[in-house]
Design a protein. Structure first.
Lengths: 277, 280
């Protein structure tokens, strides 16, 4: 065999790069008769649910392929604003959807609120601090982990405590006592869960959908009385104005909101919002 | 930078009659690479100062989150440096002076935190001292909690910063001429007197610079702290953690904290340079 010289090396690498480029182009370009590809930009908290929904949808629609981009809603919005090729946008809050809508990025009448999330209290399954309800969080020595004020689940936690402080049944001392029990403020739900499952923390407030199926047996969940909830996080979905597959995109949204999609979403801890007629 | 060193070297290295062009190219190459690298290091640091208005910097210095982080960082890093010096000095002296079975193992173990990623240190400390940890579960019986307290911040800092002092201290002790110690001993000095009146004063410069480096490492500790001590303003939120947290809301506060850390780090390097150059 001939020894490979720098020139042949360069030639080979060029060939590989050219090959990759061709492959990359043919992937996104559809020739007639091929499957249509839908690019669905989806808020990261929906990763599990939408992966399952995508598989179920593809099984029913053989000519449509669903490709997900999962990231923070803010990041996805920025990508769309800078020309990313998206057909559907699913946001974890109204703010980013409304911004895109106001700038004309969305097909307005396709935008709809489709699921609700809610804040719940969680403790480790063996509940080391013996917490039976919200009132117990103010007991001295309880170790509480919450989100920082700048992340949504931390913000909703503070709203909840403020609402409870306004109720004479609990009062401001309650809120102060609870905040004094906080041992750590986390920037992501992903760093709350290990503290609970390891038993380092006694309780936390997270979104119902944040608890993965694997963690369900390791945690005990407590619902929060609705009178202390100002608003629940609501997720909107909609078709992009620049989408070249609007009909397919709408059929995907219909699937998400239909019985199959709703079942999957419910399974992941979300509360689907019924389609208005 | 003294480039004449390079020139002297090339001249003595080759006497084959064509060093001029080679020398020019060499000097140019060194100059270009050197300036590119300097730019690479200075531009990001300078950008911190350019991205914030002086008024905004001063305003954020009064923010509780900044003040709490600053004082917590200074207090914990000081305490952990003192702990490192108290425990590290005898260890460094023993390893520099005595050959005992297992000395290499001790050496390796004390160096380990330098190469361990802080995330590993964090989870290791949690598994040891967490409420259900190997040691922590027994401490829990006595109502002693370490994880997610200021004590945990200090433990994390001691863990990651100790090698910086111990290595330096050991090298300084090794550099002390044994003749002085032997002379003191033959004149009847006790081991205490030898250590405190001869060895330590002679190694002083190295000990100080080691302690300063260890302090700087403690000040910058992030990964092990956030995993083992958590993130709570005023209790466990040190400056690096506060930068990480405020990044998501108050960018000015994050930049201000970063600038303070840059200034402190700069002062640390300058002090170490002065201290190691001075002869004691």
């Amino acid at each position: 065999m001939k020894r490979s010289t720098p020139a042949t090396l360069v030639a080979v690498s060029l060939l590989i790069i050219a090959g990759l480029l061709v492959a990359g182009c043919t992937d996104t370009q559809e020739t007639p008769g091929d499957a249509v590809t839908l690019n669905v930009f989806t808020a990261a908290s929906l990763t599990g649910a939408f992966t399952d929904i995508g598989k179920a949808f593809e099984a029913e629609n053989e000519n449509i392929k669903v490709v997900f981009v999962f990231s923070g809603s803010q990041d996805l919005r920025t990508q769309i604003e800078h020309g990313a090729d998206a057909d559907i946008f699913v946001s974890a809050n109204m703010k980013h959807m409304n911004t895109l809508k106001d700038s004309g990025f969305m097909v307005d009448d396709t935008v709809a609120q489709f699921v609700e999330n809610c804040l719940i209290m969680v403790t480790p399954a063996d509940n080391p601090a013996g917490i039976e309800g919200l009132a117990d969080l103010a007991e001295p020595g309880v170790k509480l982990v919450i989100g920082t004020k700048d992340v949504p689940f931390g913000d909703y936690t503070r709203q909840l405590l403020d609402n409870m402080a306004a109720d004479p049944e609990y009062g401001e001392e309650y809120r102060d006592a609870v905040m004094a029990n906080v041992i750590s403020e986390e920037t992501a739900v992903t760093s709350v869960m290990p503290k609970l499952t390891l038993g380092e923390a006694d309780a936390s407030f997270v979104y119902k959908s944040d608890i993965s199926k694997d963690d369900r047996d390791k945690l005990k969940r407590f619902e929060i009385p609705s009178k202390y909830i100002t608003e629940n996080p609501i997720y909107p979905i909609g078709v992009l104005a620049e989408s070249t597959h609007k009909a397919e995109a709408e059929s995907f949204i219909a699937f998400v909101r239909g019985p199959a999609g709703s079942d999957i979403l419910t399974d992941y801890g979300f509360d689907p919002i019924p389609v208005e007629n | 930078m003294d480039l004449t060193q390079f020139r002297l070297k090339t001249e003595t290295d080759r006497h084959n009659g064509r060093p001029r062009v080679g020398r020019v190219i060499f000097t140019l190459l060194v100059a270009v690479l050197l300036s590119l690298f300097l730019l690479f290091v200075t531009i990001p640091v300078a950008s911190l100062f350019l991205r914030i208005a002086p008024e905004a910097f001063i305003r954020s210095l009064t923010e509780p989150v900044v003040l709490d982080a600053l004082s917590l960082s200074l207090v914990t890093a000081t305490i952990s440096t003192v702990i490192v010096v108290i425990f590290g000095t005898p260890l460094a002296l023993a390893n520099a002076r005595y050959d005992y079975p297992g000395r290499d193992i001790v050496d390796t173990l004390t160096d380990l935190p330098i190469v361990l990623p802080p995330a590993v240190a964090g989870i290791a400390l949690l598994m040891a001292f967490g409420r259900r940890g190997v040691v922590g579960q027994y401490l829990d019986l006595f109502g002693i909690h370490i994880a997610f307290t200021t004590v945990a911040v200090i433990l994390a800092q001691v863990f990651v910063a100790s090698p910086f002092y111990i290595r330096q201290a050991k090298a300084s002790f090794e550099a002390v001429d044994r003749l002085y110690e032997d002379a003191a001993r033959t004149l009847g000095a006790s081991p205490w007197t030898v250590a405190f009146r001869v060895t330590i004063p002679l190694a002083w410069g190295g000990l100080i610079s080691g302690a300063i480096l260890s302090f700087a490492r403690a000040l910058g500790e992030f990964g092990a702290t956030i995993m083992f001590a958590g993130n709570l303003q005023g209790r466990t939120q040190t400056m690096p953690l506060a930068i990480y947290t405020t990044m998501q809301g108050d960018l000015d506060a994050a930049i201000s904290l970063a600038i303070i850390l840059v200034v402190i780090s700069f002062a640390v390097i300058a002090t170490v340079k002065v201290v190691t150059r001075r002869k004691f």
